[in-house]
Design a binder for this molecule. Structure first.
Ligand code: ASN
Ligand code: ZN
Length: 332
């Protein structure tokens, strides 16, 4: 038989957390019965198949260190749970496809593998262990980023190249930030950075900055003709920057102890409407306006339409959406 249990995860990035687990005979498994039976598997440094479902006698998972192979399992399982809860509680969406069915996670993919990815083919997320197998890519924001690729594939499904690819990538970064803020984990407070915990650059810097995407040296702060020709992880900067500005406004701001300074391409200030409204607008645009061919101009039109439906076309929210797009050089 299987019963719903609450296990304890000693994660690497998020401290001690509660995990949804299941009892199976005298053992426990990383099976989140309350969240569509989302399961977490150990690939044990292999690169194919599903590996083995994390199973153990005590319902305590990991010890906070990467050398304990359960630790990355605990982080990944927790990130998936937080992402599930965010979509369910904030947007009323039950699971990636909205059908209540969980996906699964695979950790310890390959050796020194410095990436993580979503696959529609397996309906699963996969995480490498990072450089030296010391920094698994299992932080909350990376998990939410990858799981959101599943949500995008099930909704707007913006084609993963050109401007639509940038919008697809940005959607994953946007909800990565939203999930992290929503979780309010004491060891990993919300921020407008992506990957600040996994030290992918080896100097403690994040992978991406939403207040000023160009801080990574490659991402773009604003739209230009031809932006569709660059890597989707860099053309995403325009929409990441739009989301930051719409949420928080331009200029300097401190949030959870982090200092931001967000520029505008037209030099005009933007007043934010708050993260919750910005996230709602993006979610509703993703699920009711965006399609495979949505480009930046169409994202502007779609988000404006949504803001009009939610708040009215004379509202401050509607005006803020227009101002934030203008601030990243996406005009009419
Ligand atoms: N981690 C990357 C991402 O989710 C993998 C990729 O390039 N698709 O964007
Ligand atoms: Zn991505």
């Amino acid at each position: 038989w299987q019963g719903i249990e609450n296990g304890t995860g000693n994660t690497q990035y998020s401290g001690q957390v509660t995990l949804g687990t299941a009892q199976s005979g005298s053992n426990y498994t990383l099976t989140d019965t309350g969240r569509g039976n989302h399961k977490t598997y150990n690939l044990n440094r292999g690169t194919s198949g599903t590996g083995t479902l994390f199973t153990g006698p005590d319902d305590v998972w990991g010890n906070g260190q990467a050398s304990n192979l359960e630790t990355a399992g605990a982080d990944a399982h927790y990130g998936a749970a937080l992402t599930w809860d965010y979509y369910k509680n904030v947007h009323g969406r039950s699971g990636i496809r909205g059908d209540g069915v969980g996906a699964y996670s695979r950790v310890h993919y390959g050796n020194n593998y410095v990436n993580a990815f979503w696959s529609d083919a397996c309906f699963c997320m996969t995480y490498g262990d990072g450089s030296g197998n010391a920094k698994p890519l299992t932080s909350i924001d990376v998990a939410a980023h990858e799981m959101t690729h599943g949500v995008t594939a099930a909704t707007g499904n913006m084609t993963y190249s050109g401007e639509s690819g940038g919008l697809n990538e940005a959607t994953s970064d946007i909800f990565a930030a939203a999930v992290e803020f929503n979780a309010n984990n004491a060891s990993d407070k919300g921020d407008y950075y992506v990957g600040e915990k996994i030290d992918i650059n080896g100097d403690g810097s994040p992978l991406r900055y939403m207040d000023k995407p160009s801080k990574d040296g490659s991402s773009k702060d604003s739209w230009y003709s031809g932006i569709g020709n660059i890597d989707v992880h860099y053309s995403s900067g325009v929409a990441n920057h739009f989301y930051y500005l719409l949420s928080e406004g331009s200029g300097k701001k401190e949030i959870n102890g982090v200092q931001y300074d967000s520029p505008t391409s037209d030099g005009l200030p933007v007043t934010g409407i708050g993260r919750d409204k910005a996230s709602l607008i993006w979610f509703k645009a993703l699920t009711t306006k965006f399609t495979t061919t949505t480009n930046y101009a169409a994202a502007r039109t779609g988000t404006l339409a949504v803001a009009g439906e939610l708040y009215g076309t004379t509202s401050n929210e509607y005006k803020a959406v227009a101002h934030a797009w203008a601030a990243v050089n996406v005009g009419s």
